[in-house]
Design a protein around this ligand. Structure first.
Ligand code: AN0
Ligand code: CP
Length: 329
């Protein structure tokens, strides 16, 4: 049974920004708050009255875009969404440059202007996958933190995707059959170079739980230790799958050989053979997912796939985050 608790927002503590796991004092309390939102989504419809949520997307999105709008509406907020790519002015992010090229507006003004219209800003900004040092400085979201003057919610930055990771823990808590499940984050093939953000973030959040955690990826695909810390990393998927309660699949491009695709080996796809090695594991993926590249139809269409429940929980995860920020006063 879910214990909905009392005074959860108090135990979550004050939250000024939601940039990564370090902004959360008590993950358990935030998970409970999200489950409380799921139980009664409109219970706090007065909290966000006359407050504006602005969602800025530098990149495509389905789930993040809709779930965050929905969460804002559940809390009574007014919500504005803008796709910067194609619709906004091309942004300069470097300091001190002579802006006589393609970039029409500096991020300093853009962030401050959005901040002038909004009480909370959600921002999605993927990495370039070209310059590791610049990407890992997370300079775009940090410029918003510095210049917008209002709380910032990370809707996937160059390094992490905390709304997704919170959702993933909520979904594991809802479905787990044992107190400390074995959770496996497995790399899977993909034809395009993707960010490490979802993998980094999943590792960073799962490391804060008492679950057994194993990461499986090919040689050359180890994630940054800044996020994986002491997690066990194996380079053979069969070893990782043995006895797993959750198989969480995600592709990422190489961190070491930054942004490169080093492996297309289809033995890394999540398939029925490997799932048979598990303890009847549930299959998870943040979506969007490429069928029969990352995961076989047989696995994602099986009852043990919880990807839709996982995506549905995005609404309540971000609602708990927005509620906590709004409760700061
Ligand atoms: C993005 C990524 O891998 O970061 C978004 C995932 C939520 N995925 C793709 O671009 C396919
Ligand atoms: N999982 C996720 O963030 O999906 P979108 O990219 O569609 O928002």
């Amino acid at each position: 049974m879910i214990d909905f608790g009392k005074g959860l927002v108090i135990s979550i503590g004050k939250m000024n920004n939601f940039l990564n796991v370090h902004d959360v004092k008590d993950i358990g309390a935030l998970v409970k708050e999200a489950l409380k939102c799921k139980h009664n989504p409109r219970a706090d419809h007065d909290l966000g009255q006359h407050k504006t949520l602005g969602l800025i997307f530098m990149n495509p999105s389905l789930r993040t875009r809709l779930s965050t709008q929905k969460a804002g509406l559940n809390l009574g907020m007014d919500v504005m969404v803008m796709n910067f790519s194609g619709e906004g002015w091309a942004l300069e992010t470097e300091e001190g440059v002579i802006m006589n090229g393609d970039k029409a507006e500096h991020i300093k003004e853009a962030a401050a202007v959005v901040g002038a219209y909004c009480d909370i800003i959600g921002l999605r900004s993927f990495p370039s996958l070209k310059d590791r040092e610049l990407d890992y400085s997370d300079h775009v979201i940090n410029a918003f933190v510095k210049f917008a003057g209002v709380p910032i919610v990370n809707l996937e930055s160059a390094t992490v995707h905390p709304c997704q990771s919170l959702t993933d823990i909520i979904t594991i808590e809802e479905t787990k059959q044992v107190a400390k499940p074995k959770v496996v984050l497995t790399w899977a093939p993909h034809p395009r170079a993707l960010p490490q953000s979802v993998g980094n973030s999943f590792a960073e959040w799962i490391n804060k739980t008492d679950y057994e955690f194993v990461i499986a990826n090919p040689e050359g695909y180890d994630l940054s230790q800044e996020f994986t810390r002491n997690a066990k990393v194996v380079h053979n998927p069969d070893v990782a799958y043995e006895g797993a309660d959750y198989i969480y699949a995600k592709n990422w491009s190489s961190y070491e050989h930054y942004g490169q695709i080093l492996c297309q080996d289809e033995n890394w796809m999540v398939d029925e053979r490997k799932m048979k090695l598990t303890n009847d594991a549930k299959f998870m993926h943040c979506l969007p997912v490429r069928r029969n590249v990352v995961v076989s139809d047989g696995v994602i269409d099986n009852d043990s796939s919880i990807v839709i429940q996982e995506a549905a929980n995005r609404e309540f995860a971000v609602q708990a985050v927005l509620k906590t920020i709004l409760s700061n006063g």
